[in-house]
Design a protein around this ligand. Structure first.
Ligand SMILES: [Zn+2]
Length: 196
């Protein structure tokens, strides 16, 4: 017996209207997929838990719901509100997001290369000041089990530089998103974990 996430988006409506629509959708799910362990809202307690506050985006609302909802609870509903952004603003944001993806990929590649380098080094084992010695082929973490890092100062600096670039790029994107203008979008994000 497991659980599956089930999230749906609804356009702007009053909480009362949403209650009614969710009730209808849940009945339909129960009719089509059955109730217990169906992986749908029909397997959950009935009703809606309206979350406090307004969420700045679908992703934030979805993350909050999935981090906090339990399969024994009823569904959660989060109100999302943001400005859609002008075409120029959104083009800029998506370009900056591509850059962020590239930076993340570069870091992952750098990390992968580090493991390859360790594994292909002449010495077949690596020691730590705690006394532990491990086969280089078995190293699958950047630090010893005692917590001390295996990474050289030079490599640590390179990793840190890459991480700083990623964090700066994320901040830049957040700023651009917050500055968006244009039409106001309002939505409901509804759902949670369901028994299956
Ligand atoms: Zn150690």
């Amino acid at each position: 017996m497991g659980s599956a996430d089930y999230i749906k988006y609804y356009n702007k409506m009053t909480p009362k209207q949403l209650k009614e629509v969710v009730k209808q959708d849940t009945e339909e799910m129960g009719y089509e997929e059955g109730h217990s362990y169906s992986g749908t809202w029909a397997s959950k307690n009935s009703g809606i838990n309206f979350l406090n506050g307004v969420y700045p985006g679908e992703d934030e609302a979805e993350k909050y719901i999935l981090d906090n909802n339990d399969k024994w609870d009823c569904v959660d509903a989060a109100l999302v509100k943001y400005k859609a952004g002008t075409e120029a603003q959104n083009t800029r944001i998506s370009k900056e997001q591509d850059k962020l993806t590239e930076l993340n990929e570069a870091l992952r590649q750098r990390e992968k290369n580090w493991f390859v380098k360790i594994d292909s080094s002449k010495s077949k084992t690596k020691g730590c000041s705690c006394g532990k010695r491990i086969l280089t082929s078995e190293i699958n973490s950047f630090s010893c089990s005692c917590g001390k890092s295996y990474v050289s100062a030079t490599d640590t600096k390179a990793f840190d530089t890459a991480k700083t670039k990623i964090s700066k790029q994320s901040d830049k994107i957040s700023t651009l998103i917050n500055k968006r203008g244009g039409k106001i979008i309002e939505k409901w994000v509804v759902g949670g974990w369901c028994s299956c």
